[in-house]
Ligand binder design. Structure first.
Ligand code: SF4
Length: 326
């Protein structure tokens, strides 16, 4: 159970809109509202999971937090500094503290570099001393044999490549790691190995994770707290235990009802959602979930529900949940 509530990252009103199309003659630009008005904290030493369907804005959120893309508005405070306001030089220095683990380790590793070169590259870039010692410590920590240092990425399996990617992301001793679907491309048997490795490394290297996934079983296993996203907004945020024991938002309830249960004697009613996730180019007014919500009322079509704390450490954005508190 998470006991430390010291903030490492604080996100305030983070928004990212992408403009699409339009020309000198038509000027008809469309806007994709990828992330809208997100506010949340990541506590030191925790794993905050972000879960949601494809296109809900979870990967964009991860990239915005590391400033791998520029936000439209909002703030991301990392140890007190708003990283969205940092100059190029300041950001470069700060980058040592936050790193990313990518979904596809093969695409993120330069195929012409050996394992040694791949893991040493950030060490050389930041002129780290005792590079060889650090390299050997890293490969040992992620379970890559030292004899493999001269091999190339194509000589490894998907799981081993992800281990190399993880070693590379740890090279500069970061404090905060955004892992964007780090096991989604791996076989189920390998997924557990990589997740357990990430848990061990979290203790060994004193890491804080933002773990992005679409798979609720994976996210439950690794996360201390979980934020559920829908169409660019957080609809529920609470501890992992509470989310699975007492989900309050209708969208979370539907997601959890769809998780297969290994015990055939236990039947859970699956909540069926209407239709597909709407386009982020034209999100519904009011509650963005109202077009699919089995409990939607008139107010839901007009007024955006705010993310409110309905019990300690349990935040929900839903009019019905809010009304039940009155
Ligand atoms: Fe459903 Fe209304 Fe709650 Fe949105 S606000 S989740 S539409 S009940």
């Amino acid at each position: 159970m998470l006991t430390n509530h010291e903030e490492l990252v604080r996100v305030e009103n983070l928004t990212k809109h992408f403009s699409l199309g339009g020309s000198y003659f038509t000027k008809n630009k469309e806007t994709i509202r990828a992330v809208e008005d997100l506010s949340f904290s990541v506590y030191k030493g925790e794993t905050l999971g972000i879960v949601g369907e494809s296109g809900c804005g979870k990967s964009t959120t991860g990239r915005l937090l590391l400033r791998l893309m520029e936000a439209t508005s909002g703030s991301v405070f990392f140890e007190g500094d708003n990283i969205l306001d940092l100059s190029k030089e300041e950001l470069r220095a700060k980058r040592q503290d936050f790193q990313m683990i990518f979904q596809d380790p093969y695409a993120s590793l330069n195929p012409r570099m050996t394992v040694e070169e791949l893991i040493s590259e950030p060490l050389r870039t930041y002129k780290v001393k005792d590079r060889k010692d650090r390299l050997l410590k890293l490969v040992d920590a992620v379970g890559i044999p030292k004899d493999y240092l001269t091999r190339y990425p194509h000589e490894f399996s998907g799981g081993q490549r992800q281990r190399i990617g993880i070693a590379r992301s740890l090279a500069l001793n970061p404090k905060f790691i955004v892992a964007d679907e780090p096991v989604a491309a791996l076989d189920v048997s390998i997924q557990a190995q990589i997740i357990n490795l990430m848990k061990d490394l979290q203790d060994e290297f004193d890491l804080t994770y933002l773990f992005i996934a679409h798979d609720l079983s994976v996210i439950e296993y690794i996360s201390d707290r979980i934020a559920v996203m829908y169409l660019g907004s957080i609809v529920e945020l609470t501890t992992s235990d509470r989310l699975y024991e007492n989900p309050l938002h209708p969208y979370t309830q539907a997601l959890i009802s769809a998780i297969p249960i290994p015990d055939p004697s236990f039947l859970r009613e699956k909540i069926k959602l209407n239709g597909d996730i709407p386009s982020p180019m034209n999100p519904p007014a009011g509650c963005k979930f109202h077009t699919r919500c089995p409990l939607a009322k008139d107010i839901c079509k007009q007024i955006v529900p705010q993310l409110i704390e309905v019990e300690p450490e349990h935040f929900v954005a839903c009019h019905i949940v809010e009304e039940s508190l009155i």
